[in-house]
Design a binder for this molecule. Structure first.
Ligand code: ZN
Length: 672
């Protein structure tokens, strides 16, 4: 076979795959799938599960398997030719995806399969079909012609509005800058940031420093700048992005916000929902808008006292009234003063290899799995390692790790699926994944030291990886992470983070790079205490965002839409403790909900945190290494993927529905 991308008989041939293989491979697999689908739909008048669902699952699986290395390589290599290849192929995939979701014959075939599904069909089979039918409906496939055309138009307009919204935020941020000539104003800022600001000024032919409004600069100024005026200036720049008050009002998102809310409401109505929040929840764990709103209000009520205490403490410590541009700054100072926990001191205890070995041991201890390196597997960079995951001699799957930062690599940390588990028509594919981080690269002695934040990140991503690898489901569309509702998909990852806050786990994950001692108790205690600093205030902030997002989508009235700034003011009156100036335009740069996938879904962050904290509570009760609890978590949550109603799965694990108590405890907020 000449195109290595099309060879799916084993792991991707990373040493042979080149950008110019992408387009021909994607064209071929899509053309093959199209022909196959047409064939399937024309040859059988009453297709059953094996005639239609199984082949469609296999076609998707094959396409995903070929696309995965392309998407992956453009992220981790970041070379211009990989990005180009990716950009050229992406529209082909989007087009094919839209075509499938609008295929009426396919939808009807699935509907017949569901009607005829045998009573002893597996839960996974039933859910795979139900999910597909739900998604057909949400894509507007079963509408009358006029309505269908209107629905399509709305979707296109929404996509365009979201892209424009995002561009306005980016452009108005990029256009903002602050020229500083007096170094006194920059006291407290980290040296690398100052160096960059000085270079930016020089490039502009100016003296002194030029501060921009990218997130790292904004974040560093708000946390570290001693000058209150400077913090306020950055805050005002940041909180007016994309509004009529930004550098140039041509980037004002006001009209786009109104348009987006109106279109979402109309689209939701067309496919039979009262409002867009209902539409959004059709694919989520939360059952109704009322439930989500009550959930956020309950969290808010419980956090309020603790947040008031935190604010009082902070005000006393600062010796002055706290404005929005003071919170992060005084919180940093307060933490230093109270807990004196130094990132650098902690870092010395966390060599990357020690942390990784400790984490793998933890997985063995919890789930009885063995993780063994396989250096014969071909990868894309010399930093990359491959590990097999097995149990009692049976290989369950494997994963690549690519842990260190380098030029061109996308920032952040994530996992992705390389191969999804599939066992159909007697062919078995084991799950394979990529775990990617951007830790400090090893020095010339091969030593990379992680911060505790890095350790938490690694545990988080590893939690996702276990979800992907330990699945026992044979149908790829509901195996592992697939088919899991958006507001529950962070359960296994946030759950795993909790272990990185356990002394018993951290002692096994640490050894000082000079004297080899594990993390001492007193240092751990400082770290643990600092975890709660500002937690209740942060909680209220997230609730404010979540409630705003949910109310604008639930209460939307097409006859008389409430201005979003009025909704925001109501929410702040109810939730926030720190008042914002009247110029604050939070909605205008709220890209999560106006340009991203979090519309009527921002609450998901808190929702999944509640699940994760409550699940970890079971381990705290039984002992965090308790085998019975771990195997129940594995069996009821990790193995079932999206094949089971998540609430039922959760109750099977926990013996009851989740409560918010564990999260409140974890944030240092007493529950009552
Ligand atoms: Zn995650």
């Amino acid at each position: 076979m000449s195109n290595p991308l099309l060879d799916t008989s084993s792991l991707p041939r990373f040493d042979e795959i080149r950008p110019d293989h992408v387009l021909p491979a994607i064209r071929k697999v899509i053309a093959d799938n199209r022909a196959r689908l047409e064939d399937l739909l024309s040859t059988s008048d009453s297709p059953d599960f094996d005639d239609i669902v199984v082949p469609v699952e296999l076609m998707d699986h094959e396409l995903g398997r070929i696309w995965s290395p392309v998407n992956h390589l453009q992220s981790v290599l970041g070379s211009a030719d990989w990005r180009e290849a990716f950009k050229k192929a992406l529209p082909l995939l989007t087009e094919y995806g839209t075509e499938l979701s609008h295929n009426t014959a396919l939808q009807q075939a699935y509907a017949r399969v569901r009607d005829d599904l045998s009573p002893d069909a597996s839960e996974a089979a039933r859910r795979a079909v139900d999910h597909a039918l739900r998604d057909f409906h949400l894509a507007g496939v079963d509408l009358e012609d006029d309505a269908k055309a209107r629905f399509k138009t709305i979707m296109q307009e929404l996509a365009a509005a979201q892209a424009e919204f995002e561009h306005n935020v980016v452009d108005s941020s990029d256009a903002w800058s602050l020229h500083i000539t007096d170094s006194d104003n920059l006291r407290g800022l980290p040296a690398p940031l100052l160096a960059r600001a000085a270079e930016d000024a020089k490039r502009d032919g100016k003296d002194g420093w030029l501060l921009s409004l990218d997130f790292p600069t904004y974040d560093a100024v708000l946390k570290h700048a001693d000058s209150r005026d400077l913090r306020e200036a950055l805050y005002r720049g940041w909180s007016t992005r994309g509004s009529e008050l930004c550098v140039d009002p041509k980037w004002d998102n006001s009209a786009l916000i109104e348009k987006t809310l109106a279109l979402r409401h109309e689209a939701a109505n067309l496919v039979g929902f009262d409002n867009f929040a209902d539409y959004s929840l059709a694919t989520k764990m939360a059952e109704s808008p009322e439930q989500v709103i009550a959930f956020l209000r309950e969290l808010s009520a419980h956090s309020r006292k603790a947040a008031e205490r935190e604010l009082a403490e902070l005000t006393e410590f600062a010796g002055s009234h706290i404005e929005p541009w003071d919170v992060a700054y005084w919180l940093e100072k307060f933490k230093q003063d109270r807990y004196a926990v130094s990132n650098e001191e902690l870092r010395a205890y966390f060599p990357a290899t020690t942390v990784k070995d400790g984490l793998f041991d933890l997985a063995s201890r919890l789930y009885g799995v063995e993780l063994t390196p396989d250096d014969s597997v071909v990868a894309w960079h010399e930093d990359v390692r491959f590990y097999n995951v097995s149990q009692d001699g049976e290989v369950l799957g494997g994963f690549y790790t690519d842990l260190f930062a380098r030029n061109g690599k996308r920032t952040g940390a994530w996992i992705d699926e390389c191969v999804i588990r599939s066992h159909l028509n007697g062919q078995k594919a084991l799950p394979v994944g990529y775990l990617v981080c951007n830790f400090q690269p090893p020095d010339d002695k091969g030593l990379s030291l992680l911060t505790h934040g890095d350790v938490v990140t690694l545990f988080h991503e590893f939690g996702h990886m276990m979800h992907h690898l330990l699945t026992r489901i044979d149908l790829p569309s509901v195996a592992g992470i697939n088919g899991v509702p958006w507001d529950a998909v962070e359960l296994p990852s946030q759950f795993m983070e909790n272990f990185a806050w356990s002394f018993d786990v951290l002692t096994r994950c640490s050894s000082h790079h000079e004297h080899g001692q594990p993390l001492p108790r007193d240092l751990f205690d400082k770290l643990d205490n600092s975890r709660h600093a500002g937690a209740a205030l942060a909680m209220l902030r997230q609730i404010e965002l979540g409630l705003f997002d949910f109310l604008v989508h639930t209460e939307y009235d097409p006859a008389a839409p409430e201005p979003v700034l009025d909704t925001l003011a109501r929410v702040r009156d109810e939730v926030a403790l720190i008042g914002h100036p009247g110029t604050n335009r939070l909605p205008h740069a709220f890209t999560h909900i106006f340009a991203g996938g979090y519309a009527a879904g921002y609450y998901s962050y808190k929702w999944a945190e509640v699940l994760a904290a409550d699940a970890f509570g079971a381990f705290e009760e039984a002992g965090i290494f308790d085998e019975a609890t771990a195997s129940r978590f594995r069996r009821e949550i990790l193995e079932v993927g999206g094949s089971r109603d998540i609430m039922q799965a959760y109750i099977a694990f926990r013996g009851r529905e989740p409560t918010i108590d564990a999260l409140l405890r974890q944030a240092g907020i007493e529950s009552g």
